[in-house]
Design a protein around this ligand. Sequence first.
Ligand code: NZQ
Ligand code: ZN
Length: 381
Amino acid sequence: MSIENFIAYNPVRLHFGKGVTDTLGETVRQYGKKVLLVYGKGSVKKYGYYDKVLGQLVRAGLSVREYHGIKPNPVVEDVRKAIALGKANKVEVIVALGGGSVIDSAKIISIGIANDVDPWQFMMWQTMPQKAVPLVNVLTLAATGTEMNAAAVLQNPETGKKVGFVHPLLFPKDAFLDPSFTTTVPKNYTAYGIVDLIAHALEAFFGGGEPSVIDRMTLDIIKDTMEWGPKLMNDLQNVNLRANIMLNATLALNGLTSYGKTGGDWGVHAVGHELSFLYDMPHGATLSIAYPAWLRLQSERIPKRIQKLGEGLFGTSDMEQTIEKLEAFFTSIDSPIRITEAGIDASKKEDILQQMNKNQASGMVHNLNDEDRKQLVTWMM
Ligand code: NZQ
Ligand code: ZN
């Protein structure tokens, strides 16, 4: 029941609903005339979102440069190239069109253009940005919450790391969330998005502090997602179901679930990032694998908290039953719960453990040591 001291701050203007991008052009124009439009590998062109967004920008009289090709599990190299393009063209505002990978990249591009610092220095928390180019995003995939938060995650193949950076200058100015832009997200990424948003609620739930009302709201976000998620999996084009999941994903990581807390734990995300780094595994898939193992590891350490989770979600205080029900949910939407299910051979166990130990994958509240990681990998295989 303890409420921790906290500061709440979220300056993002959220535009939510069908047709919201009709005002994109005039919104972007407030921030400047020279736009850098950032997007991914091409889904936005295939499904017409690119045409809608470009049409808005052109009709508002803006000049547009583009950087595209951002990959899922985005890499710092793309960010460096986009920064060079943005600087050469003196861009005044960035528009990110895509999922978490595109928006995260655009956040670091925005501080990379505004400060003369190699972007990886930010990711390593070695330099703090002093300013940022304004960023507006148009979200096409409900999952990460990046659209309304101040975090970005990038990986660097040279240093062997996938890491996150958090800073108030990473808050986008405006976020445009039209659920109809997400109706084309394929089945697998729809499931990974559902897992990711549940995992964000869980990371918050297992963070420092136990504010009663926030606990209830956090569990409600998970329960609501468990109700609508499976329906969406069987009806991918349904805009109302997409809207429910989209709103839940934003609520799970826009700061709300951390009110009255010291923050989330993020140990499961740290473990998941190592799997993404090694095998380019989609983010959500790493979390449906890591959460059950992490809960098993913690069941002797924080039984009361896990019992509260079980009672809230499944009406049981039996911890193993809670973990099994969570696994059954992930399996029901076709997200893997074991590494081998994700197509990685059991012989890779040592490589995975080494990678996790090298980067000391751990949580903010619940520390993990080498022994813990060994146990986790065993359960995850
Ligand atoms: O590249 P394109 O062609 O656009 O295709 C993408 C990509 O293949 C496709 N896609 C996106 N919107 C679509 C679509 N396909 C059809 N229709 C649409 N409307 O989906 C694929 C995955 O996209 P991606 O952006 O990688 O997915 P997601 O939004 O799940 O982002 C994952 C990244 O966000 C990070 C993850 O670690 C990962 O790198 N995270 C960021 C967080 C944050 N900033 O707060 C928190 C999260 O915990 C997470 O770590
Ligand atoms: Zn996540």
